[in-house]
Write a protein that binds this ligand. Sequence first.
Ligand code: URA
Length: 234
Amino acid sequence: MISHSPDPFDLGGLVGQLKEFLEFQKNLGWSYLPWSPKNPENRETVPVVIHDSLKALSKAIIQCRNCPLVRERHQAVPGQGAFKARLMFVGEAPGVEEDLQGQPFVGPAGQLLTKMIQAINLQREVVYITNVVKCRPPENRQPFEDEINACRNFMEEEIRLVEPEILVALGSCAAQTLTGSKEKISALRGRWLDFHGRRLIATFHPAFLLRNPDAKREAWEDLKKVRRGYDGLE
Ligand code: URA
């Protein structure tokens, strides 16, 4: 008679346990598992990929399925603008219009951003505009940290390829992601900061300005500073 000793690699049992664990998480309300609960930075779980060109990068962004935002987005939204633009604006994440059109800042906040750019005597076509996260978070909620980390390489690659002299962070998500600081936008805005040797300045997000027109005065001061930096005067 052949006796079966317990299998130390009981794969069937492991699969069963894993299934049970996933069902339990689902019942707790998770629709996906975060990348790595033990690693709050979540960085090593997302491969860093180097791209040869903005075109290759945009293609990778469009095809990306690295995080759960893929489920509800219509399409990913790569950055847009002049190759080798001297000025790059970085927002938070696409909204409804951007998700439908596949272009950054084309909704109401985008129209205000266009006016902000024109107010410092530039045109959208000569700058580069992108977002920290390339897919729309459901209900326009703020992106979660693991979503930001899953997308971070794309933004860093855009900066590496475009090589802007000046980065303008629009709102707290961009400002905090680019500086690594947890300070509020009201504390970070309006002064020259650094992003790996590039000049960085933060200002209010145009969507915030639409809701809080009184803050436009401070945003205008920040924009004048950007223009002076662009002219090499500060
Ligand atoms: N808000 C953003 O942060 N980005 C967009 O592209 C649109 C709205």
